[in-house]
Design a protein around this ligand. Sequence first.
Ligand SMILES: [Fe+2]
Ligand SMILES: [Fe+2]
Length: 165
Amino acid sequence: MIHKPMQDALNTQINAEQYSAQLYLAMSAAMEARSFRGFAKWLRVQATEETVHAMKLIDFVLDRGGKLELQAMPAPPAEFGGPIQVFEEALKHEQIITSKINALFELARSAKDYASEITLQWFVSEQIEEEANAGLIVSRLHAVGDQGGAIWYLDKELGKRAKAD
Ligand SMILES: [Fe+2]
Ligand SMILES: [Fe+2]
């Protein structure tokens, strides 16, 4: 059995992953509205990846005999700026998620909850990738700027993302 503080913290993280999916969907729609179909596609794939993250944690809670408690979440913003602003926000969001994962890992370690620690290890590694991906896009966007032909090239490039990773 999983102990209550860990169960509560995992339920909160499930909520955070589901909020991430909502946030990326909203960002995707904002990019679509500005005709950046490639950025929109990339963000939509990211939204599905966040749902997978939530499912991984849900399965873990249930496999440990814990109780899934889905929580309400705030609505994501409805308005966004251009691509640079969107991906800067995405990077900032992932940095916040990383700190939440680290706090969960710390809780697992202090409770000697080895099973949670091992599962959370996957998320620690995943956050390295998430920050690196968003960070790379931010720096490429800064290099090309929000205007001009190069941004459409980058848009096309990101639109090649076919699946969650
Ligand atoms: Fe995630
Ligand atoms: Fe990822």
